[in-house]
Write a new protein. Structure first.
Length: 264
């Protein structure tokens, strides 16, 4: 199986998280070390398990800034075989439309049976890039996957899609785009052997000029349809009241608290 996983480098929230640049209020990606978007690690883990079970390889695709190779090597160390990166100064500040167009254009030049992505990112958090890519490429879109069952002989794939009441079973021909969830299993830690091997794995780095965009498709920060106009910290929370009483008394006090505030 040939599986492509979309991975986005995002600011490491563990190291104090995101900062906006004072001049244009864009995310200051240089200020904080980057990590692979957590949801994309789940997608990558699922892809690695599928290729371990059915044979084949995992290829990474990313659109990101010039420091992205370092972050993508973390995903290569987990076990992906190779990667494609599109990096270009003109793409800084891209909105989701541009990101979707650029990734779709790159994917038109790559062969795959399955395309896996995360549900959303911890920085932009839009949650629509995969659906946009599936639309532009005319791919079946299978979201919120808790289980992925390919039938390589039939050329189809079944997904258990998480729903409010449990899950639905969806089936489509391959190639298809699947949005992964954490239910697919914890991502592995790269082994020392994996980290060493990642250094020599192929990471194909392209500029925007190398990407065969659809005719007339304008992309990049210069055509971004959204801009951050301001940012302020959320108001401090009201004092928290902790109730340490036996169950019955605690329940009575909670009900009283809610009733006083006309919540119940
Ligand atoms: C604070 C902030 C606010 C933003 N607000 C907006 C906004 O309101 N509207 C807007 O259009 N843009 C916005 N952006 C820009 C947007 O984040 C980028 O365009 C981004 O590359 C794609 O959107 P996302 O991160 O929300 O992706 P999502 O749609 O949340 O991503 C879902 C999945 O798609 C894949 N994916 C997404 N981006 C990439 C990538 N660059 N490379 C590889 N795979 C990827 C990953 O698998 C990811 O898990 C914002 C960015 C920031 C930092």
């Amino acid at each position: 199986m040939r599986i492509v996983v979309l991975v986005k480098p995002v600011p490491d929230t563990a190291s104090g998280g995101e900062r906006l640049r004072p001049d244009d209020l864009r995310l200051d990606r240089a200020a904080v070390p980057a990590v692979v978007n957590a949801n994309d690690e789940y997608a990558l883990e699922a892809a690695l398990k599928l290729t371990e079970a059915h044979g084949g390889e995992v290829h990474l695709v990313s659109m990101a800034g010039p420091t992205a190779p370092e972050t993508m090597r973390k995903a290569l160390a987990m076990g992906a075989a190779s990667g494609t990166l599109v990096t270009d100064d003109s793409l800084a500040g891209s909105d989701m439309v541009s990101t979707t167009r650029v990734l779709a254009a790159v994917l038109r030049g790559i062969e795959y049976d399955l395309l896996l992505a995360g549900a959303d990112t911890s920085d932009g958090g839009g949650g629509i890039v995969p659906a946009g890519i599936a639309t532009l490429l005319g791919l079946p879109y299978l979201s919120y996957a808790a289980k992925i069952i390919p039938d390589t002989e039939a050329g189809s794939v079944r997904v258990h899609r998480i729903s409010a009441t449990g899950y639905e079973v969806l089936e489509s021909p391959m190639p298809a785009l699947i949005v992964a969830t954490q239910a697919l299993g914890e991502p592995r830690y790269p082994s020392l052997k994996g980290i060493m091997a990642a250094r020599s794995k192929t990471l194909d780095t392209n500029s925007l000029a190398d990407v065969p965009l659809e005719d007339g498709a304008a992309v990049g920060g210069a055509v971004s349809t959204t801009a951050v106009l301001g940012s302020e910290a959320p108001p401090p929370r009201a004092a928290t009241r902790v109730i340490r009483e036996p169950a019955e008394e605690a329940a009575r006090q909670v009900v009283e608290f809610l009733a006083d505030r006309r919540i119940i």
